[in-house]
Design a protein around this ligand. Structure first.
Ligand SMILES: NC(=O)c1ccc[n+]([C@@H]2O[C@H](COP(=O)([O-])OP(=O)(O)OC[C@H]3O[C@@H](n4cnc5c(N)ncnc54)[C@H](OP(=O)(O)O)[C@@H]3O)[C@@H](O)[C@H]2O)c1
Length: 342
């Protein structure tokens, strides 16, 4: 079989190589997945830059997110059969409830092989059913991006404050996490406000269901503008970073909440804490999500027919083009690599 490997000591995309490897055999309690699709997240770009786990000291099969069909099962596996449609889980050790301790960086990092291979072997509890309503290409974005959007909107189990039809939700930027959050928030009946650096993307986000949009590049006080237009939002999905915190606070209604998810700006900027306090508002950190939350996400997607948008699909052989494409300004939706071995 073939797999992509980011080589030990690698410093960039030139060190991503396609190589032959032996077909892995599932041991007791393991399953082998014939991968159909994997998709890219911003963290996968950081890995190539040495900014996600540092410079690699071993060969790494990259990408945290993928979907495929069970192809073989090891001894003692009762939960899965060949042909079952699955995605991997980002944090299989976190079964549910509040954030578990000792979680690493997730699949596609040192010591935790990723999904950019024709076949992967995983523990039987490291995979979960793909939504029936999605293609495996669409489902391939769920382990990291989809679940992060879910957690940003709802929190961890038990959901003390799940998003609902009375909420106004501000979603920052049109990255992978943010666009899935738009669909999930609309699916929950919430009103969605979105920002982007590009008007063309704002038009497309309105077609996904956002009712208000603001160009954050042209409008530096975008949060104040959102507040003026909406009377204040109940929550912000901040996949941008700490530079966006002050305007996120400005956009909030009293008692609102910011789910801090992103670090696109790579900064540590403190918000205006007095403004935060005055609104009795909260900033909640997020960390992808648990296996239990992932199962809730799958049920929600199937019940509400929520579709994660795909920007473009690339062949397995052209995986490097997919990496380059994900950094292009026009990207709108997940960049997916089709894998399926012949
Ligand atoms: N905490 C966690 O567990 C977790 C999980 C997943 C991802 N993340 C983080 O979340 C962030 C988003 O990840 P992703 O995979 O969705 O990234 P992505 O798909 O690469 O998103 C790129 C988009 O981010 C938007 N953006 C960049 N800077 C922005 C800013 N200052 N304000 C508003 N939007 C901005 C841009 O949207 P426009 O083109 O529309 O301007 C850009 O197109 C990353 O920092 C990632 O590392 C964290």
């Amino acid at each position: 079989m073939k797999r992509w490997v980011f080589k030990a000591g690698g410093t960039g995309i030139d060190d991503l190589l396609l190589e032959e490897a032996a077909l892995p055999v599932p041991g007791p309690g393991q399953v082998r997945v014939r991968m159909h699709a994997a998709s890219l997240n911003f963290r996968d770009q950081l890995l190539l830059m040495g900014q996600y786990g540092g410079a690699p000291t071993e060969d790494i099969v990259p990408l945290s997110d993928g979907a495929g069909e069970i192809d073989a099962v090891g001894d003692g596996v009762d939960a899965w059969r060949p042909g079952d449609r699955v995605t991997n889980l980002y944090y299989p050790a976190w079964r549910g409830g509040p954030l578990a301790a000792g979680l690493g960086l997730g699949p596609g990092t040192a010591g935790d092989p990723g999904m950019l291979a024709e076949y992967v072997v995983l523990a039987e509890d490291a995979v979960t059913a793909a939504p029936q309503s999605l293609s495996l290409a669409e489902a391939s974005g769920l382990p990291c991006a989809g679940l992060t959007a879910w957690t940003a909107l709802n929190g961890d189990q038990p959901y003390a404050r799940a998003v609902g039809r009375d909420d106004k939700v501000l979603v920052l930027g049109s990255g992978g996490v943010s666009l899935i959050a738009v669909g999930l928030a609309r699916g929950a009946g919430a009103e969605v406000v979105a920002t982007s650096s590009q008007d063309a993307k704002l038009d497309r986000t309105r077609r996904l269901g956002a009712t208000e949009t603001v160009n954050y590049r042209d409008t530096p006080n975008w949060g104040e503008v959102v507040f003026e237009r909406t009377g204040g939002v109940d929550r912000v999905v901040n996949a941008a970073g700490t530079n966006a915190l002050d305007q996120s606070v400005a956009a909030l209604a009293n008692g609102g909440e910011i789910a801090l998810t992103g670090f696109m700006d790579q900064t540590q900027t403190s918000p205006d804490f007095i403004a935060l306090m005055t609104k009795a508002a909260t900033i909640r950190g997020t960390r992808v999500g648990s296996a239990g939350a992932h199962a809730d996400l799958v049920r929600f997607i199937d019940a509400g027919q929520v579709k994660p948008p795909i920007h473009q699909t690339y062949s397995f052989a052209d995986a490097k083009d997919a990496y380059r494409a994900q950094l292009a300004p026009e990207v709108f939706g997940k960049v997916v690599i089709e894998i399926l071995a012949s």
